[in-house]
Design a protein around this ligand. Structure first.
Ligand code: SAM
Length: 256
C-alpha cells in the first residue's frame, strides 16, 4: 500500500476522491472492505483512511464519472439495488460509497460470478449478494427493501425494460436515481451505438428526468452511462410487477 498526498474529495460524495494528474484523473473510493484487493486495484492510506483505486477500465461507473457524469451518485447511508453484479468489481465500489451504514443489494443470476460475489461479501459489510434473475424482480421481494437508487449493468437486449421493472418496484419514491451502464452491442446490429443510446433515452424520457448521457469510450467500447431521476410516471406507467405504488419517503432527495 502506498501513501498519496494529492487526493481531494470528488463533488459532494464524501467517500469518493480524485487525484488529478497532467493527463488523467484518478478516482478512489474509501474502502468499506478489507484486503486483499478485489480485482488487483491499488490501495493507499491517507490521514487514517484507506482508499482503493476505482479503475475506469474495469468499471463502467468509474468510466462514466471520469467522462463527466453529472447525475446523482451513491452517498453514505444509501440503499442501492444493483442489477448484474457479476463478481463484484463495481458493486464493491458502490458498497464503498454507501459505507458501513448503507446497503447494496447485488443481484446476479450466473452461479460462477455469484460464488465470487458471495465470498467477497464476507469481507464487505453492506454488500448483500442475491442469486436471482433481474427479469423476475418479485422473486427477491423478501430480500430487498425500498431503495434510494438503482444501478444496472446486465448487458441484455431488453436491459431498459429490466431496469424499469425493478425501479418501479423497488425505488422508494420519485426523484431517486436510476443509472444504467448501457451496452449497445447487446442491443442488435440494426442501429449504431449512438442510435441505440438515443432509442434508450427515448424510452426512458417519459419516466426518468434524464441527465446528459455519457459515452464510455475509450474505456468501454459501445457503452454509455444513461439515466437520471425517476419521475412519478415511472410508478404509474411501467407495466409489470408493481402492485401498489412504493411508499413515499418524507425526506426529499437533495440535488447533487
Ligand atoms: C457486464 S457484466 C457486469 C459487470 C459488473 N457490473 C461490474 O461492473 O463489475 C453483466 C452481468 O449481468 C449478469 N446478468 C445478465 N442478465 C441478468 C439478469 N437477467 N439477472 C441478473 N443478472 C444478469 C451476467 O450474468 C453478468 O454477470
Amino acid at each position: 500500500m502506498r501513501r498519496a498526498r494529492d487526493l481531494r474529495p470528488f463533488r459532494e460524495s464524501p467517500r469518493l476522491a480524485e487525484a488529478r494528474g497532467a493527463d488523467r484523473t484518478e478516482l478512489w473510493t474509501e474502502t468499506a472492505g478489507t484486503l486483499p484487493p478485489v480485482y488487483g486495484e491499488r490501495w493507499l492510506e491517507r490521514r487514517g483512511r484507506t482508499y482503493r483505486a476505482f479503475e475506469p477500465g474495469r468499471s463502467k461507473l468509474s468510466a462514466g464519472i471520469v467522462r463527466g457524469w453529472s447525475g446523482d451518485l451513491p452517498v453514505p447511508g444509501d440503499r442501492w439495488l444493483y442489477l448484474g453484479a457479476a463478481s463484484g468489481t463495481t458493486a464493491s465500489h458502490v458498497a464503498d460509497l454507501v459505507g458501513r451504514e448503507g446497503r447494496v443489494y447485488a443481484v446476479e443470476r450466473s452461479l460462477r460470478p455469484f460464488a465470487r460475489l458471495a465470498a467477497l461479501a464476507e469481507r464487505w459489510p453492506g454488500l448483500l449478494p442475491i442469486l436471482g434473475d433481474a427479469r423476475d424482480p418479485r422473486r427477491y421481494l423478501t430480500l430487498v427493501p425500498q431503495v434510494d437508487g438503482v444501478y444496472a449493468d446486465v448487458a441484455q437486449p431488453d436491459q431498459i425494460e429490466i431496469v424499469l421493472a425493478n425501479a418501479a418496484l423497488y425505488l422508494s419514491a420519485p426523484e431517486r436515481p436510476v443509472l444504467i451502464a448501457l451496452k449497445t452491442p447487446s442491443m442488435g446490429r440494426d442501429l449504431s451505438a449512438a442510435g441505440h443510446a438515443r432509442l434508450a433515452e427515448a424510452r426512458l424520457a417519459p419516466v426518468v428526468d434524464l441527465e446528459p448521457s455519457v459515452k464510455l469510450e475509450p474505456f468501454h467500447r459501445g457503452h454509455f452511462l444513461v439515466g437520471g431521476r425517476a419521475r412519478g410516471e415511472l410508478f404509474r406507467e411501467v407495466p409489470g410487477p408493481a402492485v401498489s405504488p412504493p411508499r413515499a419517503r418524507s425526506r426529499g432527495r437533495r440535488r447533487r
